[in-house]
Write a protein that binds this ligand. Structure first.
Ligand SMILES: *Cc1c(COP(=O)(O)O)cnc(C)c1O
Length: 372
């Protein structure tokens, strides 16, 4: 089935007596045991599994063409489960342009537990020299935050397979409707479902999808069920509901993202536009190969420095000045001041999450803000 169809039907797990067309919210934390000690309802205790989470996991694993999914209470806890599943002393390779929350986890929580190299993964020839005896995993983020770098998934996967390494991909910026990393050899796909999957800036969540059920996946499932950083049934219900329109929302984000990137590229107040759908993007050919659309995230460098960039984010009226991304409403932010004093993000960089408003209104708003 195609993603549009899967999105609407894969989460409808239920065959319930009242014959609801759309699944109810199951709030019970505990489930009845049969006389023989079994659980014929399929669930025992809500931290371990519950109907709404199972529906969410099924929908996401089918959309990502995986074997199974684990849903978590946030994107950060989903990613952390991967790092927790590694043996202490393991070495991992991570991207230099990485979601700052994960970089922070690795540099603080896992500082004495894992060895990490943050490197430029867009240059495949750069990777081999960093692989050591204790290297176990390559973490890729494509498109990356906030520079929209594209990593060649098939290329990195070849290196990972040759060296017996796990390949994990943070695919949040793409969503399961624009990119399926498992098709290109990834072992684990990660999403912050707070972003496009939720799509309305009203639910926090994260998910991991595995290409196959194996020993590493068993560890992750154990961390989910015994660690307990799980989403509530209501959160899962909201996400299953949001997923039904994901494919159509992504079409709108892609169309608006492309139109805005093309407009800003020609704007005299702009120094550079980072958007993987522009033919001038350094990895445009790779983006075209592994994505079915280029998404709604773009970053721009305004002419000038921090002051000029902050003036623009303060002057827009339609764009909300707020962090996060992937919602129906457009967001704008001065990224360096969100990331703090030790950030490498350029001071004149503005990150835009293009929403689903009409493109003419978005362009008019940015034009008036950039007019100075
Ligand atoms: C937001 C985000 C995360 C973290 O997700 P939370 O749901 O905020 O914990 C991870 N990776 C990327 C690319 C993100 O944008």
């Amino acid at each position: 089935m195609k993603p549009e169809t899967l999105a609407i039907h894969a989460g409808n797990l239920y065959k319930i007596s009242t014959k609801d067309v759309t699944p109810p919210i199951n709030l019970s934390t505990t489930f009845l045991r049969d006389e023989d000690g079994g659980y014929s309802g399929g669930h025992m205790y809500s931290r371990v599994s519950n109907p709404n989470r199972s529906a969410l996991e099924k929908a996401l694993s089918e959309l990502e063409k995986g074997a199974e999914a684990c849903a978590f209470s946030s994107g950060n806890t989903a990613g952390m489960a991967v790092f927790q599943a590694l043996k202490p002393g393991s070495h991992i390779i991570a991207p230099d342009d990485m979601y700052w929350g994960f970089k922070k986890q690795l540099q603080t929580i896992f500082k004495d537990i894992l060895e990490i190299d943050f490197i430029d993964l867009t240059n495949l020839e750069n990777i081999a020299q960093f692989i050591k005896k204790n290297t176990v995993l390559i973490w890729v983020e494509t498109p990356s935050n906030p520079l929209l770098k594209i990593t060649d998934l098939a290329g990195v996967s070849k290196i990972a397979k040759e060296n017996n390494l796990i390949l994990a991909c943070d695919s949040t910026f793409a969503s399961p409707c624009l990119q399926n990393p498992i098709d290109f050899g990834a072992d684990i796909v990660m999403h912050s479902s707070t972003k496009y999957i939720g799509g309305h800036s009203d639910v926090l969540g994260g998910v991991l999808i595995t290409a196959e059920k194996n020993e590493f996946w068993d560890k992750i499932r154990n961390i989910q069920q015994v660690g307990g950083a799980v989403p509530s049934p209501f959160d899962c219900f909201l996400l299953v509901r949001s997923i039904k329109t994901l494919a159509y929302r992504m079409r709108g984000h892609c169309a608006n993202g492309m139109a805005l990137a093309l407009h800003l590229e020609k704007h005299p107040a702009i120094e550079a536009v980072y958007y993987p759908g522009l033919t001038t993007h350094p990895q445009y050919d790779i983006a075209k190969k592994q994505m079915t659309g280029f998404g709604g995230m773009l970053s721009i460098l305004v002419k000038g420095g921090s002051d000029e960039a902050r003036k623009v984010v303060n002057k827009v009226k339609l764009f909300a000045q707020a962090t996060s991304l992937g919602g129906v409403e457009s967001l704008i932010e001065h990224r360096a001041s969100v990331e703090g004093p030790d950030t490498k993000t350029p001071q004149n960089l503005i990150r835009i999450s293009v929403g689903l408003e009409h493109i003419d209104d978005l362009i008019a708003d940015l034009n008036q803000a950039l007019a100075g």
